[in-house]
Design a protein around this ligand. Structure first.
Ligand code: GDP
Length: 454
């Protein structure tokens, strides 16, 4: 019988509601030991998917007024009997209610243990469990869509199709190799080659999508550049709007680069605003300017800001030429003022141009589309099932290597035995991806990155 585990599943901050989740065969009895409903009914008595209003008590008296929600196995998140108490979202109350449950027979859940049980009870495969983690952390619409499709098993099915084809081939091969005297039909070399090539193409596609998908997970390293006073800071504030998130100062610099993470056009941008780009003798400023220059070299996306109310000058032209061959979007700012800029000249060098007024917000709605197009995010289809973790990528890479070697062995005229070994290796790697054949250590590692309560 599974132990009853309990944890606070919502963040430990004061909030409207806080949820404590309890899972395990005996969870109704454990919950009933601390809970008294207003109607007098026990959680164990009511049917699943019903709620009871009541109070939680510990040995010192009443802890909180709560709603208990009952889920019966196997139709719950973990696949076990589950109770969720919605309490008032006070950290003190939640901790005290949890302590009462631990007193009455539950054990504190480890990080990711609820999701781990869901995996172990066959509610989801390992890649879907990883998607749960991604879902919690989703910061953009693309990331969200990728996580949902992962959670729904799209990746699992895509991998399953490749694996099944390899399994059929491997079965056929080993029957033929192991029982040469029986009446096993001869292995058709072309069929074998077709299967290996199909697997190789599919796996390579998954790997290249993973590289594109990096921008979903990690966001795009973006820098805002332009000469002083064109409106970089104002533009940065426009982008950040109310979505202002983590602000970090890059350490070790005199004139700091400010970093923010924002979502534009469904894509997460990790933005930094740098010191203005122009020649300067000021020592401190020079450090900032040099840093801005080196950021142009390393950034994945450059938002180059120009003042549309002035003609282009030498600093602007120098910036334009330094962006040659880089992924850039030109932002012609101050469109609320009379235009003096040669937009065509900008557009000839930087094909993605957006006119905005950082001050009034005019044109802000066009930035997302330009950014998404520029970085290729508009061509990613997150609902097609993509690899989302390094672990998944590693499995697919090993499978791809194995089928490539298998193909080489076949064309080099090696024995079917050698091909069979490679097939087995590819199948093993794919089974590891879905968690069907995976070591405890790897499972431990996947769930250790989860938070407690999930
Ligand atoms: P930075 O040096 O490039 O960071 O430029 P700032 O953001 O500090 O802006 C320089 C000046 O331009 C400030 O006085 C801003 O108010 C002004 N400014 C910025 N954006 C606009 C805009 O879209 N329209 C107008 N009219 N003024 C702007």
């Amino acid at each position: 019988m599974s132990e009853v585990i309990a944890a606070i599943s919502t963040p430990l901050v004061s909030s409207g509601i806080g949820v404590i989740r309890i899972s395990g065969e005996n969870s109704f009895a454990v919950a009933d030991a601390v809970f008294r409903s207003a109607s007098g009914k026990k959680i164990a008595e009511i049917s699943g998917y019903q709620a009871l209003y009541g109070r939680i008590f510990d040995k010192n008296g009443e802890v909180d007024e709560v709603v208990a929600l009952k889920f019966t196995a196997p139709h719950s998140f973990t696949g076990e009997n589950v109770v969720e108490f919605s309490c008032h979202g006070s950290v003190y109350i939640l901790k005290r209610a949890l302590a009462a449950l631990l007193q009455s027979g539950a054990r504190l859940a480890k990080a990711g243990e609820f999701t781990r049980r869901a995996f172990e009870n066959g509610k989801m495969d390992l890649s879907a469990a990883e998607s749960v983690m991604q879902l919690i952390g989703a910061e953009s619409s693309l990331e969200h869509a990728a996580a949902i499709s992962g959670r729904e098993g799209v990746l699992y099915r895509r991998i399953g199709e490749i694996r099944d084809r390899l399994v059929t081939l491997a079965g056929h091969l080993s029957a033929w190799v192991d029982f040469p005297d029986e009446d096993v039909p001869e292995v058709d070399e072309n069929e074998l080659l077709d299967g290996l090539q199909f697997a190789k193409n599919e796996l390579s596609r998954l790997l290249s999508d993973f590289e594109n998908g990096r921008i979903l997970r990690e966001g795009i390293d973006t820098v805002i550049v332009g000469k002083p006073n064109v409106g970089k800071s104002t533009f940065m504030n426009l982008l950040c709007g109310s979505e202002r998130s983590i602000v970090t100062d890059v350490a070790g610099t005199t004139r700091d680069i400010v970093e923010e993470s924002v979502t534009v056009g469904g894509v997460k941008l990790r933005l930094s605003d740098t010191a203005g780009l122009h020649d300067t003798d000021d020592k401190v400023e020079k450090i900032g300017v040099n840093m801005a220059r080196s950021r142009i070299e390393t950034a994945s996306l450059i938002l180059a800001v120009f003042d549309g109310s002035c003609p282009l000058d030498e600093d602007d032209l120098a910036l334009i030429s330094s962006l040659d061959g880089k992924k850039a979007v030109a932002i012609i700012n101050k469109c609320d003022l009379e235009s003096q800029i040669n937009t065509n000249l900008v557009a000839e060098n930087i094909p993605f141009v957006v006119s905005v007024s950082a001050k009034t917000g005019d044109g802000a709605d066009k930035i997302g589309k330009a950014v998404a197009e520029r970085v290729g995010a508009d061509s990613i289809d997150p609902s097609a099932g993509i690899l989302t973790t390094e672990r998944q990528r590693d499995c697919v890479l090993r499978a791809e290597n194995a089928v490539t070697e298998g193909e080489a062995a076949l064309t080099a005229g090696l024995t079917f035995d050698a091909v069979g070994v490679m097939l087995d290796e590819a199948i093993a790697a794919l089974c590891e991806l879905s968690g069907e054949r995976v070591s405890e250590t790897i499972v431990d590692e996947v769930f250790s990155s989860f938070c407690v309560g999930k």
